[in-house]
Design a binder for this molecule. Structure first.
Ligand code: PAF
Length: 281
């Protein structure tokens, strides 16, 4: 695996690959790689000749009180996992390479819908940070395809919309959620859970499944379902942020006759905020 710390170095190598007619797949990450990330790489390998992974803990998408400084940086271990799965190129820029003019004056990409609801409501500015860095990374890598995890469903929907609105020539692929045996969605933040919290953390998934089953059985009282799911999460000792039944594409509150519905949820543990979702399409 070749490792690049500069935009120019990566571009030179990718230009050469493109001249040889190679198709480029891209998996952007913030590192601390686990099995779900490796699945993204494998997914990208299926339909591309060269797979590029990026590791960059993007300060622009973290709020002032969030865990940017706490976010685990495990570069050596990440490199080993990427080598093992046969990733071709790793892009690992520093802050100065990505934001040479600083964060405050950085030109930003703003998606005007879907970003102030759900996770966006409790993380103001977060999606603007994501769309900005993903645009920069797309401009640097110029991939044919980019693979994102379906766990971050809102991020995926926002990126799909950005790509459509800005005519970006990249195919966006969603990789299914990778779960622990008890149903907990894999996440870098699971490492922050205490032993006791870890035992109960799959409650988020259980409650979203319960809502999904109710909808499949014909229950369309969405508000009552959301309230009951929040109650279940609270009863397990966690603080629900939201459980929302949404239109899968627009992320607006689902209408009773919507066919494509996604149930999304987020909850706080004492040390992390966990998210999950289930699509009924
Ligand atoms: O999902 C992530 O890890 C990040 O939001 C991403 C897409 C790499 C942008 O920093």
């Amino acid at each position: 695996m070749q490792i690049f710390h500069t935009i120019q170095g990566l571009r030179d190598a990718l230009n050469e690959a493109r001249q040889q007619g190679k198709r480029i797949g891209f998996v952007p990450t913030m590192g601390n790689l686990h099995d779900a990330h490796i699945e993204l790489i494998k997914n990208a390998q299926q339909s591309n000749d060269i797979v590029v992974c990026s590791i960059f803990v993007n300060g622009l998408q973290f709020g002032l009180n969030e865990d940017w400084d706490k976010y685990p940086r495990t570069f050596e271990g990440d490199c080993n996992k990427l080598r093992e799965v046969g990733c071709d190129f790793l892009f690992h820029p520093d802050d100065n390479e990505m934001y040479p003019n600083g964060l405050d004056t950085q030109t930003r990409v703003i998606c005007s819908t879907m970003t102030d609801v759900l996770c966006g409501a409790s993380r103001p500015g977060h999606f603007e940070g994501v769309t900005t860095v993903v645009t920069k990374l797309f401009n640097i890598v110029q991939p044919d395809e980019a693979v994102f995890g379906a766990k971050d469903y809102q991020q995926l929907a926002v990126i799909r919309r950005m790509v459509e609105d800005l005519c970006m020539p990249v195919e966006i692929t969603a990789s299914p959620i990778h779960r622990e045996p008890d149903g907990l969605a894999m996440s870098s933040r699971n490492g922050f859970l205490s032993k006791d919290e870890r035992l109960k953390a799959s409650q988020l998934n259980k409650s979203l499944n319960w809502v999904a089953d109710q909808i499949k059985a014909g229950n369309r009282d969405f508000i009552a379902l959301e309230e009951e799911a929040n109650r279940q999460i609270e009863a397990a000792g966690f603080k629900p942020d939201y459980v929302t039944i949404s239109n899968s594409k627009t992320l607006e509150l689902a209408a009773v006759d919507d066919e494509h519905i996604t149930v999304l949820g987020a909850m706080y543990t004492s040390s992390a905020r966990l998210i999950d979702n289930i699509s009924l399409n």
